[in-house]
Write a protein that binds this ligand. Structure first.
Ligand SMILES: Nc1ncnc2c1ncn2[C@@H]1O[C@H](COP(=O)(O)OP(=O)(O)OP(=O)(O)O)[C@@H](O)[C@H]1O
Ligand SMILES: [Mg+2]
Length: 310
């Protein structure tokens, strides 16, 4: 099912200047851009903070070839052998080295990471290797020593300055999209709540803008997740609607969604099915899965198939 997070792409920064980042990190990237020498590096930090974006912006400004491999989807040594070698071993037609962005590199398998270690050396003339990750400990030390980490952490002293920049960015997005806001204090509260997850902020703004005006429901808590719609889809075995529901509610913490489902079981399910449903929920909680969407959809499919609904 295709589901586009349109604003997130549309307003993704095209230049290093447009990235809202702590001063030291920004300077580091402006220096890289000005010198036109992109080093091998690991960009580590919390989700939605601009790691992938800045790499894209650099490639865009320097007019470099860029290939992105998603380490969560393409995790295995075969990908490294084939895709990486095919790309990295050939010279770019543009001036300057190619860039290979290995996104979510902490999800690559151990073997794949070890294979990459060799590639980084073998193809260093043609290709720069940039990794992104949420957890630097998930990247093998052999790669860390070849690709010095840049930690995307917002120092507490810069939090308010960056939030103010983001606030201005949000205002300009709303203006461009001709979306009003009942009260700008809602935006300030909303940004404070989700900062520094820019992706979540922009994505939530989009989903709450359908009526043309942003209102207080932007600050809704997870308790507002509408599980009754989900239960109806499960009961009627409308598989595609279940997937759609998951995508629409993914901005909530997965364990909180599962907790809400657990709390609602008594009213919607045959008593004899409840123990099985609880075990299914349990199996999908607190798992360090690579993809929350797939984890939740898998959980709900099991419940749809194995449980009797009222
Ligand atoms: N520092 C930033 N400045 C401006 N926009 C940002 C910034 N960070 C994120 N965004 C917005 O959020 C979107 C997602 O950011 P991005 O994909 O770069 O995050 P990430 O750090 O790579 O997250 P993840 O760890 O989940 O991969 C971007 O397309 C952009 O719209
Ligand atoms: Mg990313």
């Amino acid at each position: 099912m295709a589901y586009e997070y349109l604003w997130v792409e549309k307003y993704s920064p095209k230049t290093v200047e447009e990235c809202i980042l702590p001063a030291a990190i920004k300077k580091q990237f402006i220096d890289i851009r000005n010198s036109e020498k992109v080093p091998n590096m690991i960009l580590a930090g919390p989700k939605g903070g601009g790691k992938t974006s800045i790499c894209r912006a650099l490639a865009n400004e320097l007019d470099r070839d860029l290939m992105i491999i998603n380490g969560s989807d393409e995790r295995t040594i075969d990908v490294i052998r084939n895709k990486v070698k095919n790309y990295a071993s050939t010279v770019s037609l543009n001036p300057g080295k190619k860039i290979l962005l290995i996104d979510e590199g902490d999800n690559l398998t151990h073997d794949a990471q070890l294979a990459l270690r060799g590639c980084i050396e073998e193809f260093q003339r043609n290709c720069t290797f940039v990794f992104t990750c949420n957890n630097i400990n998930g990247i093998h030390e052999a790669i860390q020593s070849r690709c010095p980490p840049v930690i995307f952490k917002v120092p507490s002293t810069e939090r308010s300055v960056l939030m103010a920049e983001l606030y201005q960015r949000v205002l300009s997005i709303l203006e461009a999209e001709r979306i009003g806001c009942e009260d700008n204090r809602i935006l300030v509260k909303f940004i404070t709540k989700h900062f520094p997850d820019f992706r979540k902020i922009i994505h939530l703004l989009e989903t709450h803008s359908k009526s043309g005006v942003i209102g207080t429901n932007l600050l809704a808590q997870v308790s507002d997740v509408n599980v009754s719609t989900l239960f109806k889809c499960l009961k009627e075995r409308r598989f595609n609607d279940v997937r759609k529901w998951v995508v629409e509610n993914l901005d909530n913490e997965p364990n909180s969604i599962l907790r809400r489902v657990y709390d609602g079981l008594d009213n919607v399910m045959e008593q004899s099915s409840i123990p099985a449903a609880i075990l299914i929920i349990h199996d999908h909680m607190n798992t360090s899965v690579a993809d929350n969407e797939i984890n939740l959809v898998a959980c709900f499919i099991k419940m749809m198939v194995d449980c009797e609904w009222l």
